[in-house]
Each structure stands twice: as C-alpha cells, then as structure tokens.
Design a protein. Sequence first.
Length: 208
Amino acid sequence: MNSLLLSVFTAILFFFHRFLRSHSRPDRLREAFLATWLLDTVFALCGAVVSFTLYSYDLYSCLTFRSLSLAGVYLLSTALFLLLAPSGPSLLLKRRPSSGEEILSAEYRFQNALEFVRDFFLLLLFLMPLLFALSGHLDHNIPLLLKWQEDEIYGGFCFVAFLVLLPLSLRQSLFWLKSLRETPSRQELTLLGNYEAHIRYRGRNLRI
C-alpha cells in the first residue's frame, strides 16, 4: 500500500502542473514556469533521498570503484547537459549574451522538450506502483518483470528517474528565476503569447 503513495504524489504534481499552466495569463507564465520547476526540483530531490534510504541502502557499501565511476559519469553527464543547454554557462552571468534573442527562442523550444521528458518520467513513476499493485492480484505465472521485488524496482528505476529529473528541474528553475529578474522583451512577449495560445487550444481540443 505504501508504494501507491508515489502514484498519489505524482498525480498531485500533475494536477499542479495543469492548474498552473491553464490558469496563468501570458504576463504570468514565467512565474508559472518557475513554480512548476521548483515543485519538480523538490519532488525529485525528496524522491532521490527517500528511494536511496527507504530500502536500506548503506552509503559506505556504495563507496566502491564501480559506484564512484557511475557517480562520476552522472556528474559528467549533468555538466555536459548544462553546457549543451541553449544558455550554457552564460546562465550564471548577470546579463544575457549579445545573441540573446536567438538563445531566448532556443530556450523556449528547450522548455518544451524538457517538459516532454519530465512528463514521460512522471508518467512512469505514476504507473509503476499501480502495475506492481495489480501484479499482486494476478496469477503467479506472470512475466519476470512483474516478479521483481519492490526494493529492486524502487531502488533501481525510481532512483535513476529522480536523478534524471533533478538536474533538469534545477536548471530550469535557475533559468526562470533569472528570467524573472529581467524585463521581458517584445520577442519574449510574443513567445509567451504563443505558448499561452497553445495551452488554450490544447485544452479546448481535449474538452472536445
């Protein structure tokens, strides 16, 4: 029953995402972006800590060459992700670079791509506890995947999923926090209007 709490928290997070997106005016979309990514950061950080400790992982037993190598690969991948993002290291600068208009358009496309990745992992985190709860009521002749123990699935996939979501959410939180400190340009207002129209039409199509 406790494993279903992950589905509950993920569903609540989905609800806040949809509520903030659908009830935000174009001049408040940046605040909505920041709020959703901050929620995702807290959710991913808490999920990573809980999934690491809940199933009796020993920190000292993880200090092996293989574990340290994986940690190094993860940190290197995170650094590479930050460098390859549209703003790159300039995210830490006070002012936007001279090519800020092109980078701004790329950032909004990057936002859409990261939202897709985030929603994909959140959907898996929502469905997996339900899948294992359902598997307990099925016949014993089920696939090997459904016979995994909870500590294997939550200590494995869920921990990795939270580690993937954490740098994405933290990076976007920093970007939108910096964006709020600057007055939006005419191009950014156009991009925000297009994004708001996309949300409105997508909601109308879903109702139809």
